[in-house]
Ligand binder design. Structure first.
Ligand code: ADP
Ligand code: MG
Length: 256
């Protein structure tokens, strides 16, 4: 069977507030693959994620991105989400006054509507969400709290994974989801991600990009490819062994 491209990034340059951040970035992601992007703080990893989801603060100044063979940059952020692109934020925002349950149901139905599917009512939706809460080792009570309001750092990160499991994206981007998690929470999050990998990713032939600073998450989620990201571009790509090499040598070994 021929494996198809999910993402094809060619010679991408992007800036924020007039500062060039991404500089000649190239990346290929195919169906079923898990990619880890590792780089020091300030190297532009989050910038890449924001460019992919269509955050308007980030300006693409050159290059091309194809998503499932179509021009991604011509699509709005909403269209990209509807077409299955999801990002778990490094700094999740609070949404006071909107419960997690309302938020998730609205999001799911918005995607279903775009895709020409019937909207789900509460009776269909609630058991679906509760099953996903179990997968992240969460308490059902969190569904009735306002989105991220008063959540600890670790709870916010788990909530991002809950959103991913409920929305079942085709391309999921996890931006430093491991930061702020203690070892037990890290394990639970990794289990959630691995469940997504074995269920959704496989069936929908999607892909996952894990952005991380440290190697430790990759002890639980084994990527197919590891990319070292420095100064706005990928400087080396290899298999999972590259993460161990990085752990041993530090980023300085890749600094120009
Ligand atoms: P990383 O995720 O790898 O830590 P970022 O993509 O967040 O890196 O940031 C890359 C660079 O862009 C940094 O130098 C950062 O200071 C700058 N930057 C990020 N966001 C903004 C912003 N909103 N305004 C100005 N500069 C920014
Ligand atoms: Mg970042």
């Amino acid at each position: 069977m021929k494996t198809k491209h999910i993402l094809k990034i060619r010679s991408l340059f992007a800036s924020i507030d007039g500062n060039d951040i991404l500089r000649d970035l190239n990346l290929d992601v195919k169906q079923g693959e898990v990619h880890a992007i590792m780089g020091p703080n300030g190297s532009g990893k989050s910038t890449l994620a924001h460019v992919l989801i269509g955050n308007k603060d980030y300006i693409v100044t050159n290059g091309e991105i194809e998503y499932e063979g179509h021009d991604l940059l011509s699509l709005s952020a909403h269209e990209r989400a509807c077409k299955g692109i999801f990002m778990a934020f490094q700094y999740p925002i609070d949404i006071p006054g909107v419960s997690n349950m309302q938020f998730l149901k609205t999001a799911v139905n918005s995607l279903r509507k775009y895709r020409g599917l019937d909207e789900l009512n509460a009776i269909d939706f609630i058991p679906h969400v509760k099953a996903k809460v179990k997968k992240i080792g969460g308490d059902e009570k969190l569904l009735h709290r306002a989105v991220n309001e008063g959540f600890s750092g670790g709870e916010k990160k788990r909530n991002e994974i809950l959103q991913m499991l409920v929305l079942e994206p085709k391309l999921a981007i996890l931006d430093e989801t491991d930061s702020g998690l203690d070892i037990d929470a890290l394990r639970v999050v990794a289990e959630g991600v691995n469940a997504y990998r074995s269920d959704t990713l496989k069936d929908q032939k999607g892909a996952l990009i894990i952005i991380t600073h440290y190697q430790r998450l990759l002890n639980y989620i084994k990527p197919d490819y590891v990319h070292i990201f420095m100064n706005g571009r990928i400087v080396q790509s290899a298999g999972p062994e590259l993460a161990h090499e990085l752990e041993a040598k530090g980023y300085k070994a890749w600094a120009a």
